[in-house]
Design a protein around this ligand. Structure first.
Ligand SMILES: [Zn+2]
Length: 669
């Protein structure tokens, strides 16, 4: 079940947009409204106003506007559900989740309380470290030596953890409190007892410059600590805790949000010192991973704030390896509307030293000339391959395959197949065929081989389908949505080419025009369920693909017999109300609904062990087949009308049959 509109309304009545915005933006009274510096476009004098009476924010500079929920989505990068939950938390309202038992709710509330408590411990530590920094001449000198101003240190909340084993005891009177260990601030040696017979405990961070790590909400979730001079390890991070996960969090994202919007891209660096130094030098849009390789979660998080990400790496071997991992993480998310680039600095430089040596403009130029994902992909595919030998080119063919397959369908992917094939020295259809044969084995099937009447996986409802439409809908849907003479309702009228760009004209869905889908999807994965089942599973798991389908497709899907049609109709309404939602959110919304079990079963089937790029490719294929089915169904209805003596139906019947013929004879690639 979706979150009811009444609840959203009640929530918006209870929260004050001034408080919500005020958590992120400093607001000052200005007449009836409050004014501040716009967090969406970056400015020197305030043109961003928040109205307590209307409960809206509005920027006169860039036009950004919305309510409390919208602000959290836009500014803090939350999803709709996250924003609603966040606000509910603050007001003490319970988001209606029908089937959550009282125990589950209790547990969730406790978990949240625990997180808040841990955040508090970390924040208190951060403030203590900031104070210590001011008291330590050595630490201040170190930061000055790195060229950092007091202002930048303050922006990032930099601090200093003094020498000594138990400095935090002066901050937390109960040093034995389990929360200190759980937050990662104190280390406990259970098997080593001190003089008092208690387990030995001491501060994790000692004599280090402290970089507090905040999540996008600004909550303190962990620390990075750097030694001042010599000592090992040079960098030390908080351990994984209930509030801190290195694979998901990015250092500096909270501080960089506005700058990312203003600059139009996010710059991902290798360390927190880079982030702070770059901010000092005019690149406040930098973030860093926390001593781990870049993950898909990281990239996804960044894409909530910008469509353009530039990874910056040191030019050494380690930097190359890190870049390769970032490539793997970014590939499935590299849609045509996004830009991903890789910046390799000369081996002796990090961003900080590069800018100091060559100036800001030179660095900005480097960013501009960074290697686009497409080129880096081809480089990675041909790495260690001697392209002058047949063996080397064969190796490239095998290295290229997983990289190319990971890309979502789109213009980029289609261009790259040609480029890769050129490098390997064979035609692109040969390359695809090769990949199919080596990967899918006997199960692989040529992508063009898809006559709608061919035997399909179990569950295919073949001719019954026609009957279904006739029975359940009396042909009405066929006429309203698929009228073959209706000027482009289905397939764009005159062009009429079923095998051409007649549907999915938003760049999705026509494999016949471009390279065929990777072999896996054509082989075993179609087993187990009809194509309509498959479409339910694939679209629920990849709801963002809904918008890439045409209005005719939407109508066709929503009019399928139950349970499929009603599920698609529900999905359409849900997306209309909430925007594209991840499966987890849709899963919640389905709870308790009539089709919950069916829908969840299909998603499980559709997504077993597959990645979303493959799923989207398969969806394109399934949609093609469903369109074919729909046309066959329509032809059946028209044929019946012709037999009953309806002469007007004959022209329509001919046209539909032409489309079906075009579909069947379309070339594979
Ligand atoms: Zn603005």
């Amino acid at each position: 079940m979706a979150i009811p509109q009444t609840f959203i309304q009640e929530l918006l009545n209870r929260v004050d947009v001034v408080d919500v915005v005020g958590r992120y933006v400093q607001l000052k009274k200005g007449g009836a409204n409050l004014m501040g510096l716009c967090p969406f476009h970056g400015e020197k004098s305030p043109s961003f106003s928040v109205s307590p009476t209307k409960q809206f924010y509005h920027c006169f500079g860039c036009g950004a506007n919305g309510n409390a929920i919208g602000f959290l989505m836009e500014h803090a990068g939350m999803t709709f559900i996250e924003a609603v939950k966040d606000l509910a938390q603050q007001t003490g309202l319970q988001v209606p989740e029908d089937d959550a038992s009282p125990q589950d709710r209790e547990r969730a509330a406790q978990q949240r309380q625990k997180q808040v408590t841990l955040n508090d411990v970390l924040e208190k530590s951060a403030h203590a470290y900031m104070k210590q920094l001011k008291a330590s001449l050595r630490a201040v000198d170190y930061l000055k030596g790195r060229g950092l101003s007091g202002e930048i240190a303050k922006t990032f909340g930099l601090g200093y953890a003094p020498e000594g084993w138990r400095s935090l005891a002066s901050v937390f009177p109960d040093y034995a409190d389990a929360l200190l260990v759980e937050s990662g601030m104190v280390i406990e040696h259970a098997d080593e007892k001190g003089q008092d017979g208690e387990a030995k405990r001491y501060d994790r961070f000692r004599d280090r410059i402290m970089f507090p790590i905040r999540n996008v909400k600004g909550e303190y979730i962990g620390f990075g600590g750097r030694v001042l001079d010599k000592g090992e390890p040079k960098y030390l991070n908080s351990p994984e805790t209930p509030v801190f996960s290195k694979g998901r969090e990015l250092y500096g994202l909270f501080e960089a949000r506005t700058a990312i919007r203003v600059a139009g891209y996010a710059l991902v660096t290798e360390g927190y010192m880079d982030v702070v130094a770059l901010a000092q030098l005019g690149f406040a849009n930098a973030v860093a991973t926390l001593g781990t390789a870049c993950t898909a979660d990281h990239v996804q998080k960044l894409f909530r704030f910008t469509d353009s990400v530039v990874f910056s790496f040191d030019g050494d071997g380690a930097g190359r390896r890190a870049a390769r991992k970032a490539l793997d993480a970014a590939l499935p998310l590299a849609t045509d509307t996004r830009s991903v680039k890789f910046l390799f600095l000369p081996a002796e430089h990090d961003p900080d030293s590069y800018i100091r040596a060559n100036g800001e403009e030179a660095f900005a130029q480097c960013v501009k000339e960074a290697v686009p994902l497409s080129r880096f992909l081809v480089d990675a595919a041909s790495a260690d391959c001697d392209l002058t030998s047949a063996e080397g080119r064969a190796r490239m063919a095998s290295q290229a395959r997983p990289l190319w397959s990971a890309l979502p369908d789109g213009a980029l992917k289609r261009q790259l197949i040609t480029e890769l094939a050129n490098g390997i020295g064979i035609g692109s259809s040969d390359l695809l065929q090769l990949w199919q044969q080596t990967g899918g084995g006997a199960r692989a099937q040529r992508p063009g081989n898809r006559e709608p009447s061919a035997p399909q996986a179990p569950g295919y409802d073949g001719g019954n389908h026609t009957q279904d439409h006739g029975d359940h809908h009396g042909g009405g849907y066929a006429q309203s949505s698929f009228s073959p003479s209706g000027g482009g309702t289905y397939g764009g009228g005159a062009s009429g080419g079923y095998g051409k760009s007649s549907y999915g004209n938003k760049g999705f869905g026509k494999w016949r025009k471009g390279p065929p889908p990777p072999p896996r999807m054509l082989g075993q994965r179609r087993a187990g369920g009809s194509r309509a089942d498959r479409a339910v599973g694939l679209l629920l798991a990849n709801a963002e693909a809904w918008d890439t389908l045409s209005a005719d497709d939407h109508a066709m899907l929503a009019h399928l017999p139950a349970p499929h049609g009603p599920v698609f109709a529900w999905l359409e309404a849900q997306l209309h109300e909430h925007g594209p939602q991840p499966w987890a959110a849709l899963r919640e919304a389905l709870r308790g609904g009539e089709h919950e079990a069916f829908a969840c079963g299909q998603v499980e089937q559709a997504t077993m062990g597959a990645d979303s790029a493959l799923e989207l490719a398969e969806l394109a294929d399934v949609m093609d087949r469903l369109r074919g089915d729909a046309l066959e169904a329509l032809a059946g209805i028209l044929a019946a009308r012709v037999q009953q003596g309806d002469a007007t139906a004959y022209e329509d019947y001919k046209r539909v049959n032409e489309r079906i013929k075009a579909l069947k004879s379309a070339p594979p690639v």
